[in-house]
Design a protein around this ligand. Structure first.
Ligand code: AMP
Length: 503
């Protein structure tokens, strides 16, 4: 009987082919993956875990953590990974909201988190550390190395991923077996993955990017992961001779282009550099291409939908765009107020439909209903347009749109002009409360080292390029922009920091 996603993920990997290798010299073949995940599946079952139960984890990156995800699939449990940076009170919210059967955490936090888990009626708290040690693996050690997988179909839940939730409550996105399987298959095809590929994996594994894009695509292709604890530019460059592909957030690439080791010679063994999770600056794309002769492939997606668009594998990879809708994904741009499709080229809210789109928010039927159109399209909340050649351009999150004196200002348009100024490293446009305008367009700018630019010079340079209402009312200089672990600029934090700017 079928265990839908697990069967699809493991169909290609040859039993003696290596699935995962660490820089420390540890290697796990696909055959060993099957044995180890079976033992962990038994350990979960011993805790009373049944198909449909949730297993929540807040654990460091380790090969065993990946095996735990697979074990959940085999038991039919719903895998719920949590950001390792979450505090005890945040964990209390997630456990209370999702009612997991089992919670696995780092041994160093077991003391404070066990009482929280108990209060949330979690039946079992187990531990797992970055070295793969802890009570989970103690329980798994003596278990049989085969396991009768649960029967799971396309529409059964595979994972619950909470959105990063910069406003309001974080919501649990219910992802089905086929949401994940279809997206991994489409990405394998789009990016030409095969068993000859070796992916440099330096992303965290509590987010859809590191988990379901990186791991699922590699596994579905029967390929290999070079599994790194975190991003380190030296290490990435030194491992390129053994690899074929890198998936990264834009900050990986801004750091790589600053590294003297990034040359055309160094990247020769690599066939593909992919970027996503946050906008890649056109400048980064350009410098990377200049230094290496290779064009970074930018793609776009979100927790609720998996991947939505990708620049082409063959064909123009356009800087500043997120490419074309994936083969099985429909994308349209609509008027955010009434949902009517916008004329081609106009800015509106991006909506998505396809087998990749999640089932809804966990225990939030009203919120779910509000974010889907009647014809099944999901309203992403991202603002963008589709150009004449079908490429999607993102201009910002809807909630980051600045409305000043009744006019809409799309942050990306102003940021692009500022970023193009000599001496500017990067910028963020935010709307801050203002008595007359409602919101005032405000620029937060990070200068390049040694650059000398003041507010008057920035405004003078922008004035001939942008309509007056789009010009920043104020320019704030900062040493860096606050980012989350996926490299996204946290505009909500900037808005809080500077909320009193206009009195
Ligand atoms: P998350 O659910 O954490 O993966 O965040 C999804 C959001 O990240 C999307 O709704 C976009 O706002 C943003 N995002 C992801 N990829 C890109 C990209 N290539 N360019 C611009 N924004 C992106």
């Amino acid at each position: 009987m079928a265990c839908y996603l697990y069967d699809r993920l493991t169909a290609q990997g040859a039993s003696d082919g290596i699935f995962l290798e660490t820089p420390g010299g540890r290697a796990l073949s696909y055959g060993q993956v099957a044995l180890l995940s079976a033992q962990i599946a038994h350990a979960l079952k011993d805790c009373g875990t049944k198909a449909g139960d949730i297993v929540a984890v807040q654990i460091e990156k380790s090969p065993e953590a990946v095996m735990l995800m697979l074990a959940c699939l085999r038991v039919g449990a719903v895998f719920l990974p949590l950001n390792t940076a979450y505090t005890a009170s945040e964990i209390a919210y997630f456990l209370g909201d999702s009612h997991p059967r089992v919670f696995v955490c780092d041994p160093s936090r077991a003391g404070e988190l066990t009482s929280i888990a108990t209060a949330a009626h979690v039946a079992h708290v187990l531990t797992l550390d970055s070295a793969g040690q802890g009570s989970l693996m103690e329980r798994a050690a003596d278990q049989p190395k085969d396991f009768e997988n649960a029967v799971r179909g396309a529409d059964d839940l595979a994972a619950l991923l909470y959105t990063s939730g910069t406003t309001g409550r974080s919501k649990g996105a219910m992802l089905t077996q086929d949401n994940l399987a279809s997206n991994a298959q489409t990405l394998c095809d789009t990016w030409h993955f095969s068993s000859r590929d070796v992916l440099l994996h330096a992303l965290p594994i509590y987010h859809t990017h590191g988990l379901f894009v990186a791991i699922n695509v590699t596994m579905m292709a029967g390929a290999k992961l070079l599994f790194l604890p975190k991003f380190d530019a030296d290490q990435i460059i030194s491992l390129m001779p053994q690899a074929t592909c890198l998936m990264g957030v834009p900050t990986f690439y801004t750091r790589l282009i600053e590294h003297p080791g990034l040359t055309a010679e160094a990247v020769k063994p690599m066939r593909l550099f992919i970027s996503g999770s946050a906008p890649l600056l056109a400048e980064t794309h350009r410098i990377f291409a200049q230094k290496t002769g290779m064009a970074i492939l930018e793609r776009y997606g979100m927790t609720e939908t998996g991947m939505i668009t990708s620049n082409p594998y063959q064909g123009a990879r356009r800087a500043g765009t997120v490419g074309l809708p994936l083969a099985d994904v429909e994308v349209r741009v609509c008027d955010p107020t009434d949902g009517h499709p916008m004329p081609q080229g106009d800015i509106g809210v991006i909506e998505v439909r396809g087998p990749n789109v999640f089932k809804g928010y966990w225990e939030m039927p009203e919120k779910t209903a509000a974010e889907f159109r009647k014809d099944g399209f999901f309203i992403t909340g991202d603002l963008g347009l589709v150009d004449g050649e079908g490429y999607v351009h993102i201009v910002g999150r809807g909630k980051d749109l600045v409305i000043t004196g009744g006019f809409n200002v799309y942050p990306k348009e102003v940021e692009s002009e500022i970023d193009a100024l000599e001496g500017v490293q990067e910028s963020a446009i935010i709307g801050l409360p203002h008595r007359d305008f409602g919101e005032a367009v405000t620029a937060v700018i990070v200068l390049e080292k040694g650059a000398n630019l003041d507010e008057a010079q920035v405004l003078a340079a922008l004035a001939p390029k942008l309509a007056k209402f789009k010009l920043p009312k104020k320019v704030i200089f900062a040493s860096e922009l606050p980012r989350n672990t996926m490299g996204k600029v946290q505009k909500n934090r900037l808005r809080d920091m500077f909320s009193a700017t206009y009195g």
